[in-house]
Design a protein around this ligand. Structure first.
Ligand SMILES: NC(=O)c1ccc[n+]([C@@H]2O[C@H](COP(=O)([O-])OP(=O)(O)OC[C@H]3O[C@@H](n4cnc5c(N)ncnc54)[C@H](OP(=O)(O)O)[C@@H]3O)[C@@H](O)[C@H]2O)c1
Length: 450
């Protein structure tokens, strides 16, 4: 491999002559292995791939059995040596986690190396530090695989769609939760049962917190919002609610009312004040005719809406070795092309590749969100309960789209309410009053409706 690659490419990078483009890959797990396999099998793919050398690969356990063969001396446990090696042109961080990934990325940047990463967790938390350093060092940090796995959405937001005024990005960006919700809907099963099965089948982690509590989707929508709206995002401003409280009962009622329930990650210009954004993750009742309603299983999709483009939807595999390898390697290729064409005299950052924003977006608190709600009440079987609910809602300006008494659970009557658009803060105040009504036993579910 090394012989075939040497002397094929002569480029000038920051005034320094580089022969071939040497990769230092940090991590050889799912994404790293897929990337190496793709780079080792270049027939029928872009010819520039042949100019890439897998120079070093960093792992934790060098004796682990792997699905790839690499020449002796390539695999190492010394990841710091990789990011400090003057021979390495591009560092590909596919090890995951926060540390040492963050420090290694920063060190690579400091050493003038371009970086490709799939690490949404590190970018969502340390993006400010990482992109500021990259801009100062005149290098690029590309992250196509960090959101939507194999789906090209980062580069389209940076380039093809960047002339639009984006007003909404709505995504199904977590395959595990979409798989769980799809099976709950198709089989009428409980969350716990499907989660246990998903863990057994390898679709959910042993610790599913990041996925089922919406945190992974939160990292991803922070990244997408940042690109779509041209500002950095404080991760703590992203409202995250997961799918643990979604019950098969609600899925069945939603279905009857013409909805499916999906975990949506949404970044949207604020309805009243377009200087603010609403950035949030929560299970959502989605009308069956909505383009995202038919995205099932582990698939991901991202709907981008803006002016003048209208709606554009990106759909595809959100995870897996091949899918992520496609995204990671496309970033590598972009950098190889850059290294090949840049000369010392023209080496100014390409604004379509670099991170162009430095200020933070202003995020509206969730209480300011204007949305519809679906709520399920369990009430004592008394007359006039629906009237009392209506009065409490009316006191806070909440108007109701539908109220259905759906049946009984034991002694208790079950009432499902869908509101018109309402300010979340007002809706919550009404619920506080409703909770105090003598006729109300409990409010088992509360979900937003798109
Ligand atoms: N899996 C996906 O489908 C997917 C999709 C999109 C994005 N991503 C992102 O891609 C990244 C990698 O994910 P993955 O699924 O490929 O992870 P993975 O299978 O767990 O692989 C991680 C790799 O990094 C190495 N590693 C981790 N910590 C290390 C350390 N401290 N020192 C040395 N080596 C270390 C591991 O070495 P050993 O092999 O020796 O243990 C392993 O090869 C993550 O940021 C993830 O969020 C993954």
């Amino acid at each position: 491999m090394g012989e075939q690659l040497t002397l094929q490419l002569l480029v000038v990078k920051f005034g320094k002559k580089v022969v071939g483009v040497k990769l230092g890959i940090l991590g050889l797990g799912t994404v790293g292995t897929g990337t190496v396999q793709l780079l080792q099998d270049t027939t029928g793919r872009h010819p520039l791939l042949q100019e890439i050398e897998i120079y070093r690969v960093g792992v934790r356990s060098p004796d682990k059995l792997r699905n790839v063969e690499l020449p002796a001396g390539v695999v190492t446990t010394d990841l710091e040596a990789i990011v400090n090696d003057p021979q390495v042109d591009i560092v590909v961080e596919v090890m995951g986690g926060l540390e040492p990934a963050r420090s290694l990325i920063l060190q690579a940047i400091k050493n003038g190396k371009h970086v490709v990463t799939a690490n949404k967790a590190a970018i969502a938390r340390f993006g400010n530090e990482i992109f500021t350093s990259a801009n100062q060092a005149g290098v690029y940090v590309l992250l196509e695989a960090a959101v939507g796995g194999g789906i090209p959405v980062i580069q389209p937001l940076k380039q093809s769609l960047s002339v639009n005024r984006i007003h909404t990005v709505t995504g199904i960006v977590n395959g595990t939760t979409n798989y769980i919700l799809t099976r709950m809907q198709q089989e009428g099963s409980n969350f716990e049962d499907v989660l246990a099965d998903a863990q057994r089948l390898g679709y959910a982690e042993a610790d599913p917190t990041a996925d089922v509590d919406g945190l992974d989707a939160g990292d991803k929508i922070a990244i997408l919002a940042s690109l779509a709206f041209g500002g950095r995002i404080h991760l703590e401003d992203v409202y995250c609610e997961g799918i643990r409280q979604v019950s098969k009962t609600d899925i069945a009622y939603a279905e009857k009312l013409g909805f499916v329930i999906k975990l949506l990650a949404i970044a949207k210009l604020h309805a009243q004040d377009t200087s603010k954004l609403s950035v949030r993750v929560h299970p959502t009742l989605l009308p069956k005719a909505h383009p995202l309603a038919s995205i099932n299983g582990v698939y991901n999709a991202i709907l981008v809406e803006g002016e003048p483009i209208g709606q554009v939807m990106f759909f595809g595999p959100g995870a897996g070795a091949g899918a992520t390898a496609s995204a990671v390697t496309s970033d590598i290729l972009n950098l190889v092309a850059t290294l090949k064409t840049e000369t010392a005299s023209t080496a100014k950052p390409n604004p379509l590749l670099a991170c162009r924003h430095q200020d933070y977006c202003q995020i509206a608190p969730i209480a300011e969100l204007v949305t519809r709600f679906y709520t399920r009440f369990l009430t004592k079987d008394q007359s006039g309960v629906i009237g009392k609910l209506g009065t409490c809602f009316g006191n806070y300006g909440v108007s109701l789209e539908s109220v259905v008494q759906t049946g009984f659970q034991g002694e208790l009557a079950e009432i499902v309410v869908v509101t018109h658009d309402v300010k979340e803060g007002d809706f919550r105040q009404a619920l506080t009053e409703i909770r105090n009504l003598e006729a109300i036993d409990s409010i088992p579910s509360l979900l937003r409706v798109l």
